[in-house]
Each structure stands twice: as C-alpha cells, then as structure tokens.
Design a protein around this ligand. Sequence first.
Ligand SMILES: [Zn+2]
Length: 503
Amino acid sequence: MSVATAELVDYDDVIAAYEPVMGMEVHVELSTATKMFCGCANRFGAEPNTLVCPVCLGLPGSLPVLNEAAVESAIRIGLALNCDIAPWGRFARKNYFYPDQPKNYQISQYDEPIAINGYLDVPLDDGTTWRVEIERAHMEEDTGKLTHLGSDTGRIAGATTSLADYNRAGVPLIEIVTKPIEGTGARAPEIARAYVTALRDLLRGLGVSDVRMDQGSMRCDSNLSLKPIGAGEFGTRTETKNVNSLKSVEVAVRYEMRRQAAVLNSGGTVTQETRHFHEDGYTSPGRSKETAQDYRYFPEPDLEPVAPSAELVERLRQTIPELPWLARKRIQQDWGISDEVMRDLVNAGAVELVAATVSHGASSEAARAWWGNFLVQKANESEIELEALPITPAQVAAVVKLVDEGKLSNKLARQVVEGVLAGEGEPEQVMTDRGLALVRDDSVIQAAVDEALAANPDVAEKIRGGKVQAAGAIVGAVMKATKGSADAARVRELVLAACGQAG
Ligand SMILES: [Zn+2]
C-alpha cells in the first residue's frame, strides 16, 4: 500500500524543519571465478541448483576453504576507499534460520572487518565533490535466492509456493558501510545517488565486480533518519532494502524524508524497521529490524584468521588505478571533446574501449566513431554490453589502420567489422577472405571504366561534350561492377581522363 501523497510533507517543508542523516550499505558480489569458500563456479544465470557442492549446501562434515582472490579484491576495494587494512581478523558466524542459507548461518566478518575508516570523494553534477566517510568494508558470503510464487507482489506474504536456488549461496560479497552522512540538507537524495554511482564506477574500474544493479551484483540499502534542525541527537532510522537502480536510490531517500516528516509532524514516532522499496516510487514496512544480539555472532571455528602481510597490501596498492572520474576528465581534455560527447561515451560504456583502441594506434576520432556509433548499435541489436561484443580494441585499431592505408573504404570497413563480430578472424583475414580490399590497381579500374563507357555510349558522349556531372552514372556503374571495392574518387578521375576532361 502506498502512502497517499497528501500524507507526505512537501519536500521544501521537510528541509525547512529537519536535517536528514543518511547511511548507505552497499553489497557487491565479487566476480571471482569461484565462490568464497568452495570451488563452485561463481556465475549468474545458470540453471537453478547446478552450481552447488557439499560446502555451499552446508552438508555435515564439509569444511570451507577461503578464496584468496576474494580476499585480494576485498583489500583492493578497501585501499581504493582510502581505508586502513586490518593486519589480522577473523570471520564470524551470523546465526539465523531461513531457507536462503542452507547452513543456517552466514559466514561474515563482524567486529573484525578487513577494511575500516576510509572515505570517498564523490563527484557531484555541479563539479564539486562531497566526501563520504566509510566506516568499514567487510567480506561475507551471499545467500541463496528465494522465489515466492502465488502472491501478487512476489513477496512471501500470500505466497503458495517458494523455490530455493543455491547457485548464489556462497558467492563472495563485500559490504561497504558509510558513516552517517550529515549536513547535506536538500541535496541528500542527489548525494546518495552520486555516492552509489561513484562507488559503482570505482568498483568497475578496479575490475572486482560487474556491478550490475539490475542483476543484483550490486545492491543498495539506504538508511535514513530526520532530526529537527538544531537538535543534537539523531532521530530513529529506517533501512530501505534492495534499492536496485541509481535513480531509485535518489527516489527512495526523497520518499523516506517526506514520509518520516509526516509521521513526526503529526506527533508520531518513526518505527525502526526495514522497508521495501517499490519501483513506482514508495516504500512499505518490512520486518522490524533485528539487532546484532539476535544473530548470536561468534568466531567461525572452521576458518583461519585473515592476516594479510604488509608486503601483500603494498603490492595490491600498486594495482589501484586512477579514480575513474579523474581519468575521464583527463581523457576528455586529451581528446578535446565536449561534456556532452563525453557523457554519451560514458553512458555507452565506451570510454575505456576507446582509450584502449587509441593505445593500439588509432586516432581518438576514429576510435570514438567506431565504438560510439557502429559498435554501440551492434551491441544494442544483440542486447549486450558494448564490452561484451566479440571484437577487441586491438582489432578495431587494425581496421582503422586499413582505412588509413587506403585499403578499405569506411563502407567496406563496416563489412570487415561485421566479419570480425561473426567470428571470421582478424580484420586483415576477413578483408582477404571476403574480397573486400579496395582495388588499387589502375589497370583493373581502367578496364571497368572502358567497359562502362562502351556500354553507355550516350552518357560517354555527354561527358566528352563537357557535361562532367554525367560522369556520376559511369562511376556508379564501375563501382557496381567492382562490388564497391574501387576508390570512387580514383574511378571518377579515370572516367574524366578517358573522355578527355582531365585536369
Ligand atoms: Zn560449492
């Protein structure tokens, strides 16, 4: 049930009376080859319950083994967020009984997280940055996925059947928790969205996760409370769960601000609870929030403590790339393009691909044209991400080189790229196999020109008489005869020369 708009306080009135305090908790699935504590593949979209083993099913006697790659990713995330990396820490068991977790506990980090006390300087639309302080980033395992059937909402209430898929159980997860975000005033929803956007871009840049909010590999819970302006203490907070798009982050924060203000204005108290976000823009109450005591945390006895050496941490620190938005700013200046063009490239997921193509020798103009137009179209047609297209920046650069060398026209180059996408091999190979190379041999073109003139004596006569614009028809006939592999400008020169109109 949605709260009627009349029960929400106008946004401006919320800001006039209250200061919002936010806290963001973001869960990120790591894109490691295998799960956190077993050798099962970590892959999205497989048939239910095909990526499972005794460890992730919690069968008696099975023992977890820690995934080293996941720990390295966790440390890199901590370093990128300017955190201190704990030299020693244990995993903990978070005990709860629910069928999404077949062990009846989740292995997590409780009071000894791998990374603490960091910050992220978040770029805002107006060109300024907002520092969000990070409290901690810790490792844990994901739960299985429950699907509830028979209810209108897809939730468990009213469902007649529930299905459990444990492919996701045990997938490595990092939870990143901010400190309270205060002092944002009216900009709270914007800053919430900007933070999650920056975090997504940062994690993508690190290559530790595919950060797909639509597929659940990045999930955001937003905590919000209001305190009357001038009050010292925080108000009671609610936690809105699983806000699954960047836009929804902004909408959910704004909605909770307006709803809580209505509760407070009417003399009520905000209930501490989790709330569900609905895609049409409101939240509804979920369960009342558990406290840590409810989970009976205790140290996980089946795993050794995590004790990364200073050398390892330093080695990983060297792998942290430039912040993606700073890199973009630098690249934009290098390429000399407008904010608008840059935004299109960013939205298309093309910036890194263009940069890699340039590093293989293509001009930035040509690289941008391929990735930003033709290839983005191909990706859309196949409904896949641009970077998932079966063509590499090196191959695109090779095509650009063939065009620059005059071996391919732009039109023929597109056919070469299509051949590469179809798995026909490297660009040069496709060009040869498909017979697409431009005919550079004048004698071949001359023969086609002579033939076309002989076949069109009326046109030939007009050109000889000085009507050079009539040459277009002969050029067209030659291009057709050579299947587009002649250079049209050269054909025109030869046509005019043959008719005594050269120079
Ligand atoms: Zn397993």
